[in-house]
Design a protein around this ligand. Structure first.
Ligand code: ADP
Ligand code: MG
Length: 677
């Protein structure tokens, strides 16, 4: 008869600092089909190491290994995985069940990789046989030690393996469970399964057919207790009738000749996709807390970026608008002047004089003008109730206030009619109000004197920002016609303030205004250069651009910090579970998963988690933004770039760190991954 497993001069060497530890030292061994071998020896003698090597969970450092007389020294990890899942079952001392999954799901897990189509049938037979059919939908962590071990045995058997390994299968069990498990192993041996059992208990070791004793990694004794053909007498098994069903275990793959090239038949990924999805989903559901935290990490990262960017962008827009109100779109048109030979400014003359009706004309003739108002200014001595206040009076049109963004604190703006009728009404600035009226007085309706003429106060302005050397709040505003005819006695206006509809049209508008007005006033060619002078508030524009740049920089900083913080959060949560996940990978590999199977499952998991977190994060971020602007009156502006950026980055980080443990663990030997701390 040919040995099913044969090893020649194998050693397992661990490098412990400068010293070499020979956990297995030059062992040669033939294992015959249908044998029942007990491996005994003191703790640390190398029993587990030998079992792992024989079961292809670990590789020897030296020596040769033959399975069915085929040398497997050059087999790849994936080829070994396929060999394991078809031929070998392994029962671990610590059970190594996947927690929070049902007994049934644990049992059929190897079939997920081996594609044994009889797995479901087998699983039911096995559950019956080990007396757990009423526990199949229980989570494995709800089972007793003996029950967990029986689940682990069923899992090792589900693919109907030819060789079954058991590493101290009764080590963690009470004596009743112990004898049940041993009888089950004897029964399986009667069915023709080769069994290699590690134990440190003498009475158990002597139930085997062959007893190998190890000492310091070497075979100390090798004793035949019973012939291989002998059948165990199991009359005393109470459940033997159920157990007989184990005979019915089926495998959909033939007992292939193990040889080179027989493992090239990888199933196509497309076919696997749905099953992998289901498998990933099961894991995600079975670890609700971990899944929840991972999703939460990504959610917070994305939501933070989306809302921070919206708030920042909102603030930027608001500042822009306030700056615009200060006059970024404002042109000031004045009569021109010439500098004479003596260096003194001289008016250009009648051609350059500005009349109120020029404003109406320009408004009609130049489409880029949004609003226009003439301004005539003069000093004004204001008095009320015995108090005197030197200030200035400005004659303007009603639209002037809106154009400059002046808000009323109280009262109203004068009307077109009041302007036409030269009404004696005044709107006082904040400083004037504070200088002439006590805090609790109501200025509206009061009569003040401006240069000894009685005016009725109809409005009080709120604070006006900006301005240069002069306090812009220290003014009274009166209708233009009143100012020209009744206060200052002037025929011409000092200047026009003109609001252009768009900032980008400023230069063009400036040119057009001068041309149109020069044409209309028939300014001779020789004077055109100097007839009018247009200035814009260049300083304010400069400030606006400056602040815009600062804000953009600030926004980029906020976005990057949020992204980094979010990314680190995601990374942390993903990495926290690395130990547990590495063990899971070890187990999956031990029962026959290829690297591809592992990576694919983890990839699907990470994509599911990251996408869910990303989408919820965007929704949550948008909700925060809407909440802030709706309830908190914050100015916000959603930037779609930030949504795309946050989503892509977080999902990317989530996926990378989700599959990172799998990448690392899939490179380990199964037993190394299972041992990972
Ligand atoms: P047994 O199962 O007989 O108690 P093991 O096979 O687990 O013993 O271990 C045999 C020897 O190899 C022990 O001395 C143990 O410390 C050592 N050993 C096992 N695994 C490792 C490892 N991963 N790294 C270093 N030494 C190890
Ligand atoms: Mg051990």
């Amino acid at each position: 008869m040919k040995p099913i497993i044969s090893v020649k001069n194998i050693s397992k060497i661990y490098q412990m600092g400068p010293q070499q530890l020979r956990a297995i030292d030059d062992v040669s061994l033939d294992i015959m089909p249908r044998d029942f071998i007990a491996v005994m020896g003191p703790s640390g003698s190398g029993k587990s190491t030998l079992a792992h090597i024989l079961a292809l969970l670990d590789t020897a450092s030296e020596g040769e290994y033959f399975f069915n007389e085929t040398p497997i020294g050059h087999f790849s990890e994936d080829e070994l995985a396929i060999l394991r899942r078809k031929q070998i079952g392994f029962i671990f001392q610590q059970f190594n069940l996947l927690p929070r999954m049902t007994a049934f799901d644990n049992i059929i897990l190897p079939a997920f990789y081996s594609k044994n189509k009889y797995a479901t049938d087998n699983a039911h037979i096995l559950l019956d046989s080990v007396g757990l059919s009423d526990r199949k939908l229980h989570m494995t962590n709800e089972l007793s030690g003996g029950q967990q071990q029986r689940v682990a045995i069923s899992r090792a058997l589900v693919n109907a393996p030819r060789v079954l390994f058991a590493d101290e299968p009764t080590g963690n069990l009470d004596s009743k469970s112990e004898s049940e498990i041993i009888q089950l192993l004897q029964f399986l041996n009667n069915q023709g399964i080769t069994i290699i059992m590690v134990t440190h208990e003498n009475h158990i070791g002597h139930l085997a057919k062959r007893l190998i004793k190890l000492k310091d990694g070497k075979i100390d004794s090798d004793e035949r207790l019973r012939s291989i053909g002998e059948r165990y007498n199991l009359d005393q098994i109470q459940a033997s009738e159920d157990q007989v069903q184990i005979k019915a275990l089926k495998s959909s793959f033939k007992d292939e000749v193990v040889s080179e090239g027989s493992f090239s038949s990888f199933t196509t990924p497309i076919f696997d996709f749905f099953e992998h999805l289901v498998q990933s989903f099961k894991i995600l559901v079975s670890h609700k807390m971990r899944t929840f935290l991972s999703i939460l990490g990504i959610l917070i990262g994305v939501a933070a970026v989306v809302s921070m960017m919206a708030i920042g962008k909102g603030a930027q827009d608001e500042i822009q608008e306030q700056l615009a109100r200060l006059g970024t779109n404002l042109l000031i048109l004045r009569p021109g002047f010439r500098v004479g030979a003596d260096g003194v400014r001289q008016q250009v003359g009648a051609a350059g004089r500005l009349l109120p009706q020029d404003g109406d004309f320009l408004k009609r003739a130049v489409p880029s003008i949004k609003r226009i108002s003439p301004v005539t200014r003069g000093s004004a001595q204001i008095s009320y109730d015995g108090l005197n206040w030197p200030s200035s009076a400005e004659g303007v049109w009603p639209e002037y206030f809106e154009m400059r963004g002046f808000d009323l604190a109280d009262g109203r703006i004068f009307t077109q009619e009041e302007n036409a009728n030269r009404a004696l009404v005044a709107i006082i600035g904040k400083t004037v109000r504070e200088s002439l009226f006590s805090d609790n007085a109501d200025p509206i309706g009061q009569i003040i004197k401006i240069n000894r003429i009685n005016f009725q106060v109809i409005g009080v302005l709120g604070p006006i920002g900006g301005g240069g050397w002069r306090d812009p709040n220290d003014s009274v505003f009166i209708p233009l016609n009143t100012a020209m005819r009744r206060l200052f006695g002037e025929d011409y206006v000092d200047r026009f303030e003109i609001e252009i509809s768009d900032y980008s049209l400023m230069d063009f508008a400036e040119h057009e205004i001068i041309e149109t007005l020069s044409d209309q006033k028939r300014v001779p060619e020789s004077l055109r250069q100097d007839a009018f002078r247009v200035t814009n508030l260049a300083e304010i524009q400069f400030a606006a651009e400056q602040s815009n740049r600062t804000m953009s920089f600030l926004l980029a900083a906020i976005a990057s910090i949020s992204l980094i913080v979010g990314g680190i959060g995601i990374m942390n949560i993903m990495l926290v579970s690395v130990t547990e996940r590495t063990r899971e990978v070890g187990l999956r590999k031990a029962i026959g998963a290829r690297r591809f199977d592992i990576l694919f499952q983890f990839l699907i998991e990470s994509v599911l988690v990251s996408l869910t977190g990303g989408i919820l994060g965007v929704l949550f971020g948008l909700m925060t933004v809407f909440g802030l602007s709706f309830f908190g009156d914050w100015t916000t502006s959603i930037s779609y770039i930030s949504i795309v950026l946050a989503f892509t980055f977080s999902v990317f980080v989530g996926i990378v760190f989700g599959i990172y443990p799998a990448m690392k663990a899939s490179k380990l030997k199964p037993i190394e991954a299972l041992r990972f701390e």
